[in-house]
Design a protein around this ligand. Structure first.
Ligand SMILES: Nc1ncnc2c1ncn2[C@@H]1O[C@H](CO)[C@@H](O)[C@H]1OP(=O)(O)O
Ligand SMILES: [Mg+2]
Length: 286
C-alpha cells in the first residue's frame, strides 16, 4: 500500500489534541503528586489518565492486538521495540512543569514500524502548538512547514539541555561541567523548557540550534526525532554515533558543525538503557 500509515498519522494528531485538552483542563485543579524513581521524579493521576485515553483511543481505532504500545506510565519492565507497528507515548512530557504550572507541557506520540520511526506528533498543549512530521513528508507546526536554523557557528547559537531527575552529586557535577564548558565557548545562551519533546521542536523550528540530554527515555524523544529530521536537522547519540532510541542518550542539532562542537564538551555518564540491554558499546562517528 502506497500510503499505509497516513490514516494512523492523522489519527495521532487528533488523539494528541484530545489528550492536550484534558491536560489543559486539569492543570488548574488541585492535584495529588506522587513520585517514581526519586523525590523529584513526579507523576500525577493526569499522566495515567491521559495515557489511558491515548492508548484506549488507538486500540478502539486500530484493534486491540494489531499494534504494540510503549507508554511512559504503562511500561513497567523494559521497553521492547519489535518489528510490529508500535506506538511510543509520553502522555504528559514535562510533568514537573505541569505540577508547577510552568507553561510548557507536551503530549508526545510516535509510531515505529520494523523498528524505524514512521511519524511523530508533539502537541505543546498550553501554547496550542501542534508539531507533526512523517518520514519524507516534512515537518509542520500548526500546519505551517518548519525548518531548522542555518547557523553553523556555535558562538552564534542557543543550546538547550536539561538537568534530569537524578540528583547524585557526581552526575549533577558532570551535567553542570558540560553546561559550563558550552556556555563559555561562548554561546549566545543556554535554555531549557522542561520538556524534551518541546525542546526538540524548538530545534526543528530554528529557535535554538541544538538540544542534548542523557537520561531521557524513548517516549520523550521518539516523536521529536522524526520532527527534527524532517525539519532538516540531525539526531545522534551524544558521542556522535547513530541515534539509538533505547540508549537514553540523544543529541539533536540543526547542523553537523554545531553537533560536533557540542560533542567535544559533553561529559558522558552511564544510565541503564530503556530496553534493559547491558553494556552496549556506543559507536562514535566524529
Ligand atoms: N531521568 C531522567 N533524566 C533526564 N530527563 C528525564 C528523565 N526522566 C524524564 N526525563 C525527561 O526529560 C525532560 C526534563 O529533563 C522531560 O522531558 C522529562 O520527561 P517527563 O516530564 O515525562 O518525566
Ligand atoms: Mg517525558
Amino acid at each position: 500500500m502506497a500510503d499505509e500509515w497516513q490514516e494512523a498519522y492523522e489519527f495521532a494528531v487528533e488523539v494528541a489534541r484530545k489528550a492536550g485538552m484534558v491536560i489543559k483542563q486539569e492543570i488548574d485543579k488541585e492535584m495529588k503528586v506522587l513520585t517514581k524513581s526519586s523525590t523529584v521524579d513526579l507523576v500525577t493521576k493526569t499522566d495515567e489518565r491521559v495515557e489511558k485515553i491515548i492508548i484506549g483511543s488507538l486500540k478502539t481505532k486500530f484493534g486491540e492486538k494489531a499494534h504494540k504500545f510503549i507508554g511512559e506510565e504503562s511500561t513497567e519492565k523494559g521497553c521492547e521495540l519489535t518489528d510490529a507497528p508500535t506506538w511510543i507515548i509520553d502522555p504528559v512530557d514535562g510533568t514537573t512543569n505541569f505540577v508547577h504550572g510552568f507553561p510548557f507541557v507536551a503530549v508526545s506520540i510516535a509510531f515505529a514500524v520494523k523498528k524505524e520511526l514512521e511519524f511523530g506528533v508533539v502537541y505543546s498543549c498550553l501554547e496550542d502548538k501542534m508539531y507533526r512530521a512523517r518520514n519524507g513528508k516534512g515537518a509542520f507546526c500548526n500546519d505551517e512547514p518548519i525548518s531548522v536554523s542555518d547557523v553553523k557557528d556555535i558562538t552564534k547559537s542557543i543550546i538547550i539541555s536539561e538537568h534530569g531527575t537524578d540528583r547524585t552529586p557526581a552526575k549533577v557535577e558532570k551535567i553542570f561541567s558540560t553546561m559550563q564548558k558550552i556556555l563559555c565557548i561562548p554561546v549566545h545562551g543556554l535554555r531549557g523548557s522542561g520538556t524534551a519533546a518541546t525542546n526538540m521542536c524548538l530545534v526543528a523550528t530554528g529557535a535554538v540550534e541544538a538540544f542534548f540530554e542523557i537520561g531521557i527515555h524513548c517516549w520523550d524523544v521518539a516523536a521529536g526525532a522524526v520532527i527534527v529530521r524532517e525539519a532538516g536537522g540531525i539526531v545522534l547519540d551524544v558521542s556522535g554515533g547513530p541515534f539509538d532510541l533505547m540508549s537514553r542518550r540523544m543529541l539533536s542539532a540543526n547542523h553537523e558543525d554545531i553537533a560536533k562542537r557540542i560533542i567535544k564538551e559533553i561529559e558522558v555518564f552511564e544510565v541503564p538503557r530503556d530496553d534493559g540491554v547491558k553494556h552496549l558499546q556506543q559507536p562514535s562517528s566524529f
